[in-house]
Write a protein that binds this ligand. Sequence first.
Ligand code: C5J
Length: 224
Amino acid sequence: MVFILAQPYPYPLPKPGQFALVIIDMQRDFLEQGGFGESLGNEVNTLREIVPTLQRLLEKFRQEQWPIIYTLESHAPDLSDCPPSKLMRGEGLLKIGDEGPMGRILIKGEPGNAIIPELTPERGEFIIPKPGKGAFYNTPLEDILQTQGITHLIVTGVTTEVCVQSTMREANDRGYECLLVEDATASYFPEFKQATLAMISAQGGIVGWTATANQVLNALDGIR
Ligand code: C5J
């Protein structure tokens, strides 16, 4: 398995069912015009480049019926799960909870808070709303992983240096093996993405590993 591309890996490789595809925050709020990402001054099309690669990974996982987990950065309508420090942050035109062209920004159930249509989740796939940047804080993710017997995470999504990296660090501290798919993650700031890829696998995989989607798919083809 490609958790180990860079060097010999001394641990047992995961079996089907022990690894999941984790898709972080591929939601309209971040990827479409008029959402939170654009209101913060970002060029949202930068993030869209990874969509075809994500579709290839999804196709493989769906075909094999391997676990797929989506997250959404999402808050309760009364903002009771959004600390004032987060609410006040940012220089954007719109703040969390404000009414935007796709409904209230980053609020559960609003049109902008849905996964983009190209990656719409299917029946049986997990969707985890998360109030933080990391996917473990104040969510059922750990319970789901434990119940399903998942030990290895193949991580994708946006943005590389914020929610993706936070989630990988949280997962690493909890003992999960993590691999970040280099061409299935994106940032509004390409230099931040590159720096994050480098820091994750530095020092012998201090947070985890990285590999391209082709490398991951080739390795997965060898798993039955
Ligand atoms: C951000 C995220 N960047 N999903 N969220 O605020 O990375």
